[in-house]
Design a protein around this ligand. Structure first.
Ligand SMILES: *Cc1c(COP(=O)(O)O)cnc(C)c1O
Length: 405
């Protein structure tokens, strides 16, 4: 299948290449001692992902523990209120622990077990990745060290409590601004000391090779299921698919199922309060090429070329870059990246809750808002939206900031 003269038939075989590049994006920009550790993970992953024992164990876990397959729901009332376009949501909010993140955390932790590691290490900002990884670690009986800035520890008390209840060790990072960036550095440092006994588990399609590829592969279960379910529900493909993009893992999961199809694909970034640098986290729309956190992609930079401060009402989307595969898919024109601001997001949050009985995560509400916009623009057809997570975690914040509408 061709899109803009780009051949997608062998896409997953050719992208990334053996050095982890999607075109010029991706790669592995890390210190020498970590290169060795990453090479070990890459080799183990390539062996293990072909092992039928690993594949069938992961499949069983997804079914018996995670609650997969997650369904697709037809948003009948909402669609009818907008016109003729039919909206559907892929219910990643129904994953155990409430979001798509468990898809890659269970894969990464199972890989750690197969590699004979005792521990998983990660950083977390809002705490969602930390909770998902702590869940996976508890399931497999692995130790779990989660690095978190002290500012975030104060802000995200319920997720810190969840991680501790699940048996994880939350390591407080106090230097610098004491938020996500410092936590990433501290987690990398810990990993370079402990890589013999531990593996690092990245929370999205980010970081050095092989993570963008590995996390995409683990998340691709969303796209595989969604394509099959949508076809059997409606007898055809959706006209468009939509997902929100922070680092880009839930989006890559859904998109990977439709790259080779005549389907329009939209990745939605957070426009926050507006277009000024510091008011949003729309890295693909407003960023430029650069290297951070071990990979080359498109990122938002300050005047010194360092990662710029970013903002979004959705804490899971406020990251100054996006996965290298998204940078690539934007460059070749296969995926269209667009933005939704805070106000549109909150409207969509209440609309979906009131009209369909589904309370979405604020991150996912960005995709819902865009799906609603598309439905108003298109005359007919169907749109499949990835509902990456449920909104329970956002309840207190919404009530405090916006009240009950
Ligand atoms: C973390 C998170 C996101 C953003 O991460 P991606 O890697 O871009 O998918 C989106 N939705 C929810 C519910 C999340 O928890």
């Amino acid at each position: 299948m061709k899109h803009n003269d780009f051949e997608f038939d062998n896409y997953f075989k050719n992208y990334p290449d053996k050095d982890g590049y999607f075109g010029k994006y991706g790669g592995s920009y890390i210190p020498e001692n970590l290169q060795k550790a990453m090479a070990e993970i890459t080799e183990a992953y390539f062996t293990i992902c072909k092992s039928s024992k690993f594949v069938s164990e992961l499949r069983r876990i997804r079914k018996e523990f995670q609650g997969r397959p997650t369904p697709i729901s037809h948003l009948e009332r909402l669609s009818n209120s907008l016109g003729n376009v039919q909206l559907y949501v892929k219910r990643e909010d129904l994953n155990h622990s409430g979001a798509h993140k468990l898809n890659h955390c269970m894969g990464e932790a199972l890989l750690a077990k197969y590699m004979g590691k005792k521990k998983v290490i990660a950083e977390t900002g809002a705490g969602q990745h930390g909770v998902a990884l702590a869940t996976a670690a508890a399931y497999f009986g692995l130790e779990c060290d989660i690095y978190m800035g002290s500012v975030d520890i104060k802000k995200q008390a319920p997720n810190v409590a969840r991680m501790k209840i699940l048996g994880a060790n939350v390591v407080e990072v106090t230097h610098g601004l004491a938020t996500l960036k410092e936590a990433v550095d501290a987690a990398f440092e810990a990993y370079s000391r402990e890589y013999k006994d531990a593996i690092y588990c990245i929370g999205s399609v980010l970081g050095p090779h092989p993570f963008p590829m590995m996390v995409r592969d683990f998340q691709s279960v969303i796209g595989v299921e969604a394509r099959e379910q949508f076809m059997s529900m409606t007898g055809e493909l959706p006209d468009a698919v939509v997902a929100c993009v922070g680092g880009g893992s839930n989006a890559m999961g859904l998109f990977s199922g439709f790259l080779n199809d005549p389907v329009d694909i939209y990745g939605i970034e957070p426009l926050g309060r507006g277009e000024k640098l510091g008011d949003h986290a729309a890295s693909l729309k407003y960023g430029t090429e650069g290297v951070m956190h071990g990979f080359n992609s498109i990122m938002l930079k300050d005047e010194k070329g360092e990662p710029a401060p970013v903002y979004s009402v959705a804490s899971g989307l406020d990251y100054p870059s996006s996965g290298p595969e998204h940078a690539f898919l934007q460059t070749i024109g296969r995926v269209k990246y667009d933005v939704i601001n805070d106000d549109e997001t909150i409207d969509a949050f209440f609309t979906l809750s009131r009209m369909e009985g589904i309370i979405p995560a604020i991150e996912s509400s960005h995709a819902v808002a865009y799906g609603i916009k598309l439905a108003k623009q298109m005359e007919r057809g169907s749109v499949l939206i990835n509902l990456s997570g449920r909104g329970d975690k956002d309840m207190d914040y919404i009530i405090e900031k916006y009240g009950i509408r």
